[in-house]
Design a protein around this ligand. Structure first.
Ligand SMILES: *[C@@H]1O[C@H](CO)[C@@H](O)[C@H](O)[C@H]1NC(C)=O
Ligand SMILES: *[C@@H]1O[C@H](CO)[C@@H](O)[C@H](O)[C@H]1NC(C)=O
Ligand SMILES: *[C@@H]1O[C@H](CO)[C@@H](O)[C@H](O)[C@H]1NC(C)=O
Ligand SMILES: *[C@@H]1O[C@H](CO)[C@@H](O)[C@H](O)[C@H]1NC(C)=O
Length: 440
């Protein structure tokens, strides 16, 4: 059987923008969201948010529609972010892997607490236009994405967030309520003056939520931190059509003209969903997981750079629409990568400038203090492999009426792009490129 496991995390640190003021107010603060609950989701939301919509529609339909409301903006944002990350120095020779959805969630959560130009930058930077959609509608769409993704039972998928709030800092109650309602935020009170303990508390939480994959998200924590927002996504799925472990053999992967590396190459001949996009000379293979989640493996014929320049939401929509089952021999390396991104510069470059500056307006979070975002970090890991002994022969019997027809070979032996998406909510959960499968 083959297994794919990936997960990621985004985090932000708020500092008091008032330098040298180590104190952040003295009032006892209200309980951060979800503090009484040990579970990260499923509690207390999804009800009572009906303000402003009609209740006549069927519940499921209503959900589908709401979680789809922002899929275009989210997908466009995903590719914009990808292009900025990929345009960074050296990225042509580096793996890229991140969760656009998780980054969108973190920015949307911030926008709830932002006002004025800071808010406008966040809202527009995510691709929303106030004349077309209200903030309330955006938040509700995210709420439905959380609900839809977290309710899948046949894949292990969880999307969540948490707020670590300093003992002496009192965010506005409305902010905490919105964080809980829309982003399923769990709340914790933290003593950031004891930086080492606070760091451990956050790292432990993240380690638990990512099932050990990201044990040390935070390296160092400034004692001036007053609030820390974490957004995570964890995904583990089994392929619908498994690879045979004993077919896996050493093979060559061509990183570029100058470099070849040896990888463990998995092989399977079966009916696969494939598409050849002639317009951009690219092969696409779709590997399904249970439920509506699948992975698109995108193999450009003329080099990664050309693909990166043009790829956009419309391509993905076209591929998903025209995918056809064909007998195919697929070669795919086993790999395990981990990517860590400092997003501060990239987001600044993308126009999110206010939130990092001293003109940041987060008066939706607190009116008593000037606060800004001081750090924006993202980590993601992706493992693609087979779990040796558990392979069953039950799947993968490729019976085809056209057995005489020559089969296509799709050999992922040169840089390719990876997109993990959920077709129900049309969300890109993860996006990246594998340039060197042997790079950790
Ligand atoms: C990218 O490279 C240029 C020139 O080599 C350098 O000045 C710049 O600091 C680099 N940027 C990053 C983000 O490393
Ligand atoms: C928002 O949409 C309206 C009409 O759809 C358009 O005129 C306006 O320029 C848009 N605003 C931004 C910031 O894109
Ligand atoms: C996934 O789908 C397969 C076949 O479609 C089914 O046998 C299995 O029980 C499902 N669930 C999980 C968790 O694999
Ligand atoms: C990499 O492998 C290809 C084909 O196996 C070969 O033609 C090429 O010369 C190799 N490149 C290097 C730098 O070894």
């Amino acid at each position: 059987m083959r297994l794919l496991l990936c997960l990621c995390i985004v985090l932000l640190v708020f500092w008091s923008a008032v330098q040298g003021d180590g104190h952040h107010g003295r009032q006892p603060h209200p309980r951060p969201p979800g503090q009484d609950h040990s579970k990260g989701h499923g509690q207390g939301h999804g009800h009572g948010h009906g303000r402003g919509h009609s209740h006549g529609r069927g519940h499921e339909k209503h959900h589908d529609k709401d979680s789809l409301k922002i899929h275009r903006e989210n997908m466009d944002f995903a590719f914009r972010l990808y292009k900025h990350i990929s345009a960074q120095n050296n990225s042509q020779s580096k793996n890229v892997f991140f969760s656009p959805l998780s980054v969108s969630v973190a920015l949307a959560a911030l926008s709830v607490g932002a006002r004025g130009p800071t808010h406008q930058q966040l809202f527009e930077g995510l691709g929303f236009n106030e004349t077309d959609i209200t903030e309330e509608e955006v938040n509700e769409a995210f709420q439905h994405i959380f609900q839809d993704l977290n309710k899948k039972t046949d894949v292990d998928l969880s999307l969540g967030s948490a707020l670590f709030v300093d003992d002496n800092f009192k965010p506005r109650a409305e902010f905490l309520e919105s964080m809980k309602r829309y982003f399923q935020a769990e709340g914790f009170s933290t003593d950031f003056v004891k930086a080492e303990e606070a760091k451990q508390q956050i790292n432990k939480y993240v380690e638990e939520k990512t099932k050990g994959k990201i044990p040390k998200l935070v390296d160092e924590l400034d004692p001036q931190t007053i609030m820390f927002l974490v957004s995570y996504i964890y995904f583990k799925g089994k392929w619908e059509v498994p690879f045979e472990p004993d077919q896996t053999k050493a093979g060559t992967f061509h990183i570029d003209d100058k470099t070849n590396v040896t990888v463990q190459m998995m092989t399977e001949k079966d009916n696969f969903l494939v598409y050849h996009d002639e317009e951009i000379s690219t092969h696409v293979l779709q590997l399904h997981y249970n439920e509506s989640v699948s992975m698109l493996l995108v193999l450009p014929e003329k080099g990664m750079k050309g693909l990166e320049e043009v790829i956009c939401r419309e391509h993905v929509a076209k591929w998903l629409r025209w995918m056809k089952k064909r007998e195919c021999k697929v070669f795919l390396p086993k790999f395990s990568i981990s990517a860590s991104l400092q997003l501060t510069d990239i987001l600044t470059e993308m126009g999110f400038t206010d939130m990092f500056s001293n003109s940041a307006d987060f008066s939706g979070i607190t009116e008593d203090h000037k606060v800004k975002v001081s750090k924006f970090v993202h980590q993601a890991t992706l493992d693609v492999d087979e779990a040796g002994a558990t392979a069953t022969g039950a799947t993968g019997v490729g019976i085809t009426l056209y057995s005489l027809r020559p089969y296509t070979t799709l050999k992922f032996d040169r840089p390719f792009m990876v997109i993990i998406c959920d077709q129900k909510t049309k969300s890109i959960l993860f996006l990246g490129k594998i340039v060197d499968p042997t790079e950790k």
